[in-house]
Write a protein that binds this ligand. Structure first.
Ligand code: GAP
Length: 440
């Protein structure tokens, strides 16, 4: 069945019910555009980050890691163009005072909230969160919460190069928090005010930038394929010239078809030498590189890959969500690829009398490095449904026959079929399942 049965409401409810995502500070009515991640959500986020890092650092050329500060000096954001350009057009309804991004409403029409047609002028709204360092709040100590992680990479480019003996071409990858004071956070994790980015900046010679840009586009598409995303829901869309950000020469969005339309999942950009040139100019430090072959200096060009952890999280949930009728009831199942599922397996005793043996199996699988859940509450049918809903690919049930034949029942999440598997083969069974390209 197609995952088009997924709606935003169903995803939000499942995330809450099963401990993936909670509204932040919910007991105080929440904070708009800010979320906390529960136990399963934290595991899923960590998996996303681990798989992303694995792809980055397995590239044939060197890709080094960085963990930059969240607070950014105002000079950095002036040089990057964010102080001047990082804003969205905003408009308010004069009657009900509701605020909109001007490109989200038709100003020729009435306010979607109260039905009146009295708008303020459109003004630009700065999306960076501004703060001040220390006790004095004046213009000399303004700092910003970074709206993207990329700038820490650019300002550390020379540090990384000179302290790690790397040569162009090479990349610097970083995962970290970013903050944007979005006018209208929406669609749950799609547009948040606090989120995490996974960004990689690849430094190369200008004449090589186009080919590295193409290469990274292909690699990133392969990454999403590898996570198990449905291929007909992922596409690469080149930006038209008038859509390009102030820094980029070319940009391809990796888009996903959400129930609310095709939307950007990741941006891949050829930023040319914009960033290093700007930071050289504003800091007075020469960030050019000396070419031993030609004995000349040049400013490296940059190819960027940038994706939000939570946006990918949401995409994986939409892609995996499915419902089907089983015995007159709706079965909800997250058909995650096994390497993405928060738990690789669940272990269950058929009866409480078998707790010790089943629990020993659970501990062994954990010791082998797998993320596993022990589940002994409720009927076995209910336990299977619960595991289906959080996407656990296989449940191992220890029953009374297990005492005799040293086998357990392995129940497949997607087919619901069952087979007997020898207990001494369980590790192999789980490992094999996780490395298969396709589960079914
Ligand atoms: N350094 C380039 C950059 O930041 P961007 O297109 O503004 O480019 C990159 O952001 C990615 O970060 C997006 O494709 C999206 O995955 C994620 N992202 C951006 N704003 C977001 C928000 N408000 N909430 C969640 N994710 C966001």
């Amino acid at each position: 069945m197609s995952s088009s049965v997924a709606t935003l409401d169903k995803i939000v409810a499942l995330c809450k019910r099963r401990g993936f995502v909670y509204p932040s500070a919910e007991i105080y009515s929440g904070l708009n555009g800010v979320y906390d991640f529960g136990p399963l959500g934290t595991v899923l986020k960590n998996t996303i980050k681990r798989l992303w890092l694995a792809q980055m650092t397995s590239f044939a050329q060197e890709v080094l890691l960085l963990d930059g500060a969240i607070l950014g000096a105002s000079e950095v954001w002036k040089a990057s163009g964010h102080v001047e350009n990082f804003s969205d057009p905003m408009v308010d309804c004069l009657v009900c005072k509701k605020r909109y991004r001007a490109d989200d409403v038709d100003l020729e029409k009435n306010c979607p909230h109260c039905g009146n047609k009295q708008w303020t002028d459109v003004r630009q709204f700065q999306l960076m969160f501004q703060t001040s360092l220390g006790a004095l709040a004046d213009s000399t100590n303004i700092a910003y919460l970074r709206p993207e992680t990329a700038q820490s990479i650019f300002v550390n480019f020379k540090n990384v190069m000179s302290t790690n003996r790397v040569k162009i071409p090479f990349g610097i990858a970083q995962i970290g928090k970013a903050f944007r004071n979005e006018i209208t956070p929406k669609q749950f994790l799609f547009r948040m005010r606090e989120f995490e980015q996974m960004e990689m900046e690849f430094f190369c010679k200008g004449q090589d930038a186009d080919s590295f840009f193409d290469l990274w586009c292909q690699r990133r598409l392969a990454f999403f394929h590898d996570l198990g995303l449905k291929q007909d829901r992922v596409r690469l869309r080149p930006h038209a010239a008038d859509e390009l950000a102030h820094y980029s020469k070319a940009c391809n969005d990796v888009e996903y078809e959400f129930p609310f339309g095709w939307k950007e999942l990741e941006g891949i950009a050829n930023r040319a030498d914009f960033d290093l040139t700007q930071h050289s100019k504003f800091s007075g430090k020469d960030l050019a590189v000396f070419d031993e072959e030609t004995k000349t200096s040049y400013m490296p060009h940059v190819v960027e890959s940038s994706v939000g952890v939570e946006r990918l999280f949401l995409t994986l949930l939409f892609d995996a969500y499915d419902e089907e009728a089983v015995d007159g009831e709706v079965r909800t199942v997250l058909r995650f690829h096994p390497k993405v599922a928060p738990y690789a397996a669940a272990v269950m005793p058929l009866s409480n009398k078998l707790h010790d043996q089943a629990h020993a199996l659970f501990v062994n699988l954990k010791k082998a490095g797998f993320s596993v859940q022990y589940d002994d509450s409720g009927s076995i049918g209910k336990r299977y449904r619960r595991q289906d809903e959080i996407g656990t690919p296989v449940c191992f049930t220890f029953d009374f026959d297990s005492l005799e034949d040293n086998k357990v029942t392995a129940r497949n999440r997607d087919t619901m079929q069952q087979e007997r598997v020898a207990i001494d083969q369980l590790e192999h069974y789980v490992r094999d399942m996780m490395t298969k390209a396709c589960f079914l």
